[in-house]
Design a protein. Structure first.
Lengths: 367, 423
């Protein structure tokens, strides 16, 4: 009798154990990101250690570029299949506004820094939305062909607007964001006043008029990989793109390209958790986020890609590139040498003015 | 003959009038046929027609305003926007009550993004106000007029209230006005400022370029189809593979290949410079403009033109040409008067296929079109995935669909759809 009871107990625990595990946390999750070298860095720095630690299986989905639209469609269909989504800060704000992302309390849901600083303080100003967990600081900046610019390489962002000194095509993103700011800066507007000027119809006209001076020499890009390709082909002399893309052109592919860090525009990329997940999936997503955004993990990602970790406490831990063995710190957009003149992207402004200015920008482009 | 008309209706064997009996038999037959296709019909209806109708309905749907701010919308009906005065305290009190609920359900920011399409700044106005209203007590904190204006002076702006009032009905024509470069003005629809007009240009360009692409497909495809149809079948099959091979290759690969070919440091320019036909500093610009889009799309859509032409030309007996020539026609007359009219159904079928496909093309113009070679579908895609203005995207899509249907109807009137042979 005793024996059978014991067996039954053992059996029931054996059966119940995985069920208990499943009841409070899902054992499979779908993580959405941008693909390419960026997803690769996350795979190495976050996914693999997390899978090893917990035995969860992670499915990668490379849909971040259309994450907002897809999440909205999923939400309307009542079937959200994503657990954690990597988006830029502006998209996180929109998802939060639309009620499509869950609100996060950094102090209870995120890991404190090793020295005990709370997560809220460690991330600081970078927590731009209630739903957003910052991961990296990246910048949109210019790269140029060292062999096509003559003896005096460009040093200022305004050289982009100087067709006489640097003839040839330039690559700019096919949207008003960043381009309008650079145009105003180079039209003599002080950095602190750029958004005040851009608020007015005259300011917008002024920015477009400045862009008009180089319009015929611009190749407009819409995917981050375009500019590196155009630079490598010699199609353009200089072009804007994300700094990590330029890093891989320069260091990994060894092309005659150099960085022009002047007036680089800082932006953030990070995680959101979709609203409306079931309890166990939510628990799993939060557990993953807690793990993947701690100080060490964020510093680890910088081994694979040249984006700055969003935590202050991670910066000293940034080491060498995993394969190339070069020091990563000088390639970070946040490195003091690179960040002499930076520009901070104004999320609130663009959330309001995006539709209006975009309509004007597109009308201008079509002219 | 007069006998039958006198004896009344003809009766069937069982005594019922023959006409009715026949109708019943036919009805049974039709019903059976309908039952047979019912699964497919239901499938198409549920998974294709309904979603499209639902999406198109968004072009006029505007429930979000009255759903989120029901009391405010009701109170605001009394207000005269042209009076030059702000709405009364009652409206502000209703807004406070509505916002209180909206903040709890987190729908106020959603409404803010919706109204931001119409008036810049409303997105942050609602976000900001939501944070403050959350802490208000409806009973004690009245009156609210000053309080709202304290949060943001925009609440004291008549234009904000006018926007709210204009967009309070459950249905709106605002999206459609926007898609033809108009907007809701103080007294009825008016044209948008010139620096914001873009959609009519894009519609026009889409139609014009689709027409050019269709024409170049006809010019390039006709001789190929003719050769294919007139060669011995073994050789023809071999050549057919050459036509089909690009057809089977991924669209993206073909588009990217054109990029490599056409760009300034690309294959064609390199060859021209090497031959000395153009200078190294005067390389031709053949991509990121209309030319690039036309070349790439003509290449991509060419098989859709050749295949129907080929199938029609195969059925034209060579004896007709020989007969014409034996009667003294020149080569040209024989072709133009005898062969060509018989091949017209093929051209018709190919043209309609290519044109309708071209009009909705998206990815190729996006990659090789630059700024002057993009289509209306690129803007639709932008509003679906980037700006999230699905209402406007739906309105643009509805117009595009209507244009295609009208063209199809006109085509039917002029050429006749019976003259089209798809196989």
């Amino acid at each position: 009798m005793k024996f059978t009871k014991l067996t039954a107990l053992a059996l029931s625990t054996a059966i119940c154990a995985p069920m208990a595990f499943a009841a409070d946390m899902a054992d499979e999750m779908t993580i959405v990101s941008w693909g390419g070298a960026y997803s690769n860095s996350q795979q190495k720095a976050y996914h693999e250690p997390y899978m090893e630690k917990t035995g969860v299986s992670i499915i990668n989905d490379e849909s971040s570029a259309e994450a907002v639209a897809k999440l909205r469609a999923m939400n309307e269909a009542g079937n959200v299949t994503w657990d954690v989504v990597d988006v830029v800060a502006a998209d996180a704000m929109r998802l939060c506004d639309e009620g499509l992302a869950m609100e996060i309390d950094p102090d209870t849901m995120l890991a404190p820094a090793p020295d005990g600083t709370s997560a809220a303080d460690d991330f600081g100003d970078l927590l731009v939305s209630e739903c957003f967990i910052p991961q990296i600081v990246y910048s949109t900046t210019f790269g140029y062909r060292t062999d096509l610019v003559g003896d005096t390489p460009p040093t200022s962002v305004c050289d982009v607007f100087d067709l006489e000194a640097y003839p040839g095509k330039r690559a700019l993103e096919k949207r008003p964001i960043n381009n309008m700011e650079w145009a105003l800066l180079c039209d003599g507007v002080p950095k602190a006043e750029v958004y005040d000027v851009l608020e007015t119809a005259e300011g917008q006209e002024r920015a477009l008029a400045k862009l008009d001076t180089i319009k015929d020499s611009v190749v407009w890009w819409s995917a981050g990989a375009d500019t590196p390709q155009l630079l490598a082909d010699g199609e353009v002399v200089m072009g804007s793109t994300y700094n990590g893309r330029l890093f891989s052109v320069i260091e990994e592919q060894d092309q005659p390209v150099a960085m022009l860090w002047d007036a680089q525009v800082f932006d953030l990329d990070g995680w959101i958790i979709p609203a409306g997940l079931s309890e166990e999936r939510k628990a799993r997503a939060l557990d993953y986020i807690y793990f993947a955004t701690d100080t060490q993990r964020l510093a680890d990602q910088a081994k694979y890609i040249s984006y700055g970790p969003a935590r202050q406490s991670s910066a000293p831990l940034v080491g060498k590139h995993e394969e190339l063995g070069i020091d990563m710190a000088p390639h970070m957009p946040t490195d003091p040498e690179n960040a002499k003149n930076t520009f901070l992207y104004n999320y609130e402004f663009w959330a309001d003015y995006r539709d209006d200015i975009d309509a004007k920008f597109q009308a201008w482009l079509a002219k | 003959m007069s006998d039958t008309t006198d004896t009344g209706p003809v009766l069937a064997a069982d005594g019922t009038p023959l006409k009715r009996s026949l109708a019943r038999a036919l009805r049974m037959q039709k019903l059976r046929a309908l039952m047979l296709i019912a699964p497919l019909l239901l499938f198409v209806l549920l998974t294709f027609i309904l979603p499209i109708v639902d999406m198109l309905f968004r072009s006029v749907e505007n429930q979000i305003v009255s759903d989120t701010l029901p009391k405010t919308v009701a109170e605001l009906q009394e207000w005269d926007a042209n009076s030059g005065e702000l709405p009364s305290e009652a409206v502000f009190a209703a807004l406070a009550a509505d916002m209180k609920i909206a903040v709890e359900e987190k729908t106020h920011t959603r409404l803010g993004s919706r109204l931001n399409y119409e008036k810049t700044g409303l997105s942050s106005l609602f976000r900001k106000s939501g944070r403050k209203v959350k802490r208000w007590d409806l009973a004690e904190d009245a009156p609210f007029k000053e309080k709202f204006i304290d949060i943001d002076k925009d609440w004291g702006d008549i234009e904000v209230w006018r926007t709210l009032q204009t967009y309070s009905p459950k249905l709106t024509n605002g999206y459609f006005l926007n898609s033809v470069d108009m907007q809701k003005g103080v007294d009825g629809p008016e044209a948008r400022p010139e620096n914001q007009q873009i959609y009519m240009t894009l519609f026009g360009r889409t139609l014009f370029m689709s027409l050019v692409i269709t024409t170049s497909c006809i010019l390039l495809g006709y001789p190929v189809a003719w050769i294919l149809a007139n060669l011995p079948s073994r050789t023809a099959n071999l050549l057919m593979i050459l036509v089909l091979l690009p057809f089977w290759t991924s669209l993206l690969v073909r588009t990217s290949a054109w990029k490599v070919m056409l760009q300034q440091q690309g294959v064609i320019n390199d060859v021209l410079v090497w031959l000395g036909l153009v200078g190294d500093d005067a390389r031709l610009v053949m991509i990121n403009n209309q030319f690039g889009t036309i070349v790439a799309m003509t290449h991509i859509l060419l098989p859709f033109m050749i295949l129907p032409m080929y199938s029609v030309m195969q059925t034209i007996a060579p004896t007709y040409l020989r007969a014409a020539k034996s009667l003294g026609a020149t080569n040209w007359t024989a072709f133009w008067r005898v062969y060509f009219p018989q091949s017209v159904p093929g051209i018709g079928a190919g043209s309609i296929l290519v044109f309708i496909l071209a009009i909705g093309y998206y990815i190729t113009p996006e990659i090789v079109g630059g700024t002057k070679g993009v289509f209306i579908s690129n803007r639709i895609a932008y509003h679906i995935s980037s700006s999230l203005n699905w209402g406007l995207a739906a309105a643009l899509g509805t117009i595009l669909l209507a244009v295609v249907l009208i063209l199809y109807w006109a085509y039917d009137k002029i050429v006749g759809i019976d003259n089209v042979k798809l196989r």
